[in-house]
Write a protein that binds this ligand. Structure first.
Ligand code: GLC
Ligand code: MG
Length: 596
């Protein structure tokens, strides 16, 4: 399998060292342009009632931890009423809380507590599909072909003499077919409905005005409750190409391509490029932008210019992604090209340059990210062979990550990320250096990917394991119960918050220091220019915020051999520096360079 690279074209040469590639933000720039936003995965963060599932009161109780960590905001993955076939990304009621997570009053209390601590709150909006248990889908099944109820979803007659073949060849991202056939009220085999994800996640029809009105109303519902923004799930998927044409390229988002033939085993096509061989008809259609323009108008109608929309859009190349953050659309879009870059100086420098350029071209900040609930945690990912594609989950019989190497690189990668201009997202537990759970028993796996591919693709459970807070407590302090919904690996005990709190050199203290300095130095708002050291294994840049102009030099050594440490005052380093004045392998340093 070829190395995972961005689009087939050669990266263009980097901007000359010393030339400002990205200007500093204006001093009065809004909060989100350089915010660090912490992703809480509600079922795995803190469980207040001991049922083994994290919940809103658990989150509220632990919010001071986030203030002390030094982040600006929190994004919560879905907590809505859901049958939980895709961990809550299958929403049955957008306006209520699943009882496992609490109540609307708990959500209000969580919001108020966060705001009291100076933290903003983003919620997850899932507009591409509902749960099959949503009242609309039940109504669609009951109402029959040609009804207005069916028109809210993507129902079609099948192909073949008796409609026994699906309407087109699209697979599901989770494996298997992207269509399921329903049984009509009279018991006869009926129409098919589209589900790009699980069979219990029917895609909505975004050509239907009722769908548009409903989701705008959901936006208003949460704005009225006081949220500060929305992370928009599968933002590149809402509109499908006219006529739903067959597609022979890849559709995977998180990893290996899953087609009807199974995960792609070989070939030159980047497995991450779901537009390989043309433009995939289910992704990144021009029609999505009109939707985000109208959402922007909804948000802006509140006269509060600081509420944001962040796109989860697995779109390439970066110029296409930047279209989601044009001035009248969303505010942020996760930079997955950065997440997907291998631990390689040239690859990282290329993605930093192209991301800043494409976002600057539309006046948006770049939004950096290394981990989330869909990908192998970066402390493990970076401990794998970097010449292989990024896997979707790691099972016990797969090649295991080098934990020490992975953590060292993860700390260096984070120190690089948090010095870059723009916004950044941190996924719960990465501040503890948590590894992926790679030896989870198959019986406990819940990701539909694992089940729909009959175990061929491991899936995302390994990055969703409950947080370790206290070493010597039931479920490592996750909650009063002994049985968290996913088992915690042994390594988590030594990484619990209470084991790292106040411990010099711990990953938790590194994150706290990085976040404190990032804020005080204004790095998220700084200008960006390459430093002449960039090249080969080294990524080096200079950042200066508009306010004081004092430069910070950031150097990352991705190579296996030490490089010379530039002269200057060291502000923070992701690991120990060489006694001989060197920057060791897989280490990032921030320093005030000595002039000259
Ligand atoms: C997004 C979510 C992922 C979910 C999918 C379907 O990619 O991040 O967890 O499975 O959408 O909603
Ligand atoms: Mg609970």
């Amino acid at each position: 399998m070829g190395r995972v690279t961005a689009q087939s074209t050669e990266p263009r040469p980097l901007t000359e060292p010393g030339t400002v590639l990205h200007p500093a933000e204006a001093p009065d720039a809004p909060w989100w342009r350089d915010a660090v936003i912490y992703q809480v995965y509600p079922r795995s963060w803190a469980d207040s009632d001991g049922d083994g599932i994290g919940d809103l009161p658990g989150i509220t109780a632990r919010l001071p931890y986030l203030r002390d960590l030094g982040v600006d905001a929190v994004w919560l993955s879905p907590f809505y009423v859901s049958p939980m076939n895709d961990a809550g990304y299958d929403v049955a009621d957008y306006r209520d809380i699943d009882p496992r997570f609490g109540t609307l009053e708990d959500a209000d209390r969580m919001l108020a507590a966060a705001h009291d601590l100076g933290l903003k709150v983003l919620v997850d909006l899932v507009p591409n599909h509902t749960s099959s248990e949503h009242a609309w889908f039940r109504a669609a099944l009951a109402a029959g072909p040609g009804s207005p109820e069916r028109d809210r979803y993507v129902f079609r007659d099948g192909r073949g003499p008796h409609g026994e073949e699906p309407p087109n060849n699209w697979p599901s991202v989770f494996g298997g077919k992207g269509w399921s056939r329903v049984t009509e009220a009279d018991g006869s085999p009926g129409q098919w409905y589209l589900h790009i994800f699980d069979v219990t996640q029917p895609d909505l029809n975004w050509h239907n005005p009722e769908v548009r009105a409903e989701l705008e109303s959901v936006l208003r519902f949460w704005c009225d409750r006081g949220v500060d923004g929305f992370r928009v799930d599968v933002a590149h998927g809402l509109v499908k190409a006219e006529g739903l044409p067959d597609w022979h390229g890849a559709v995977g988002l998180y990893d290996e391509v899953v087609t009807e033939e199974g995960p792609e085993a070989d070939g030159d096509t980047s497995v991450l490029d779901h537009n390989a061989g043309g433009h995939a008809p289910m992704w990144d259609q021009d029609g999505v932008h009109e939707i985000y323009r109208s959402w922007r108008r909804v948000l802006d109608s509140y006269g509060r210019p600081d509420r944001i929309l962040c796109a989860e859009a697995w779109v390439k190349p970066e110029e296409r992604l930047a279209r989601y953050v044009r001035p009248d659309e969303m505010h942020q879009a996760f930079n997955f090209e950065f997440l997907e870059a291998p631990w390689d100086g040239a690859a990282l420098a290329a993605v930093v340059e192209s991301s800043l350029r494409s976002n600057d071209a539309v006046g948006a900040p770049t939004t950096w990210v290394l981990s989330n609930h869909d990908v192998v945690r970066h402390a493990s990912r970076l401990g794998l062979d970097q010449h292989r594609p990024r896997p979707n989950g790691i099972a016990a019989d797969d090649p295991q990550p080098d934990a020490e190497l992975g953590l060292r690189r993860a700390r260096a990668a984070t120190a690089l990320m948090l010095a870059l201009p723009g916004g950044a997202y941190v996924y719960q537990g990465e501040e503890l250096g948590l590894p992926e759970h790679t030896t989870m028993p198959d019986e406990v796996r819940q990701d539909p990917t694992y089940h729909h591919t009959k175990g061929e693709v491991t899936g995302r459970d390994g990055c969703r394991v409950p947080m370790p807070w206290v070493r010597d407590a039931p479920s490592l302090g996750f909650g009063p119960g002994d049985h968290p919904w996913l088992p915690q690996p042994e390594a988590y005990a030594g990484l619990a918050v209470d084991q790292q709190d106040g411990v010099a050199g711990s990953t938790l203290e590194l994150y706290r220091t990085l976040l404190r300095l990032r804020r005080s130095l204004g790095l998220g708002r700084g200008s960006f220019a390459w430093d002449g050291r960039t090249g080969g294994d080294v990524v080096a840049f200079r950042s200066a915020p508009a306010e004081d102009g004092g430069e910070v030099l950031v150097v990352t050594n991705t190579g296996a051999a030490p490089v010379a440490l530039p002269a200057g005052e060291v502000l923070v380093a992701s690991g120990p520096l060489g006694a001989d004045g060197t920057l060791p392998a897989d280490t990032t340093v921030w320093l005030r360079p000595t002039a000259g």
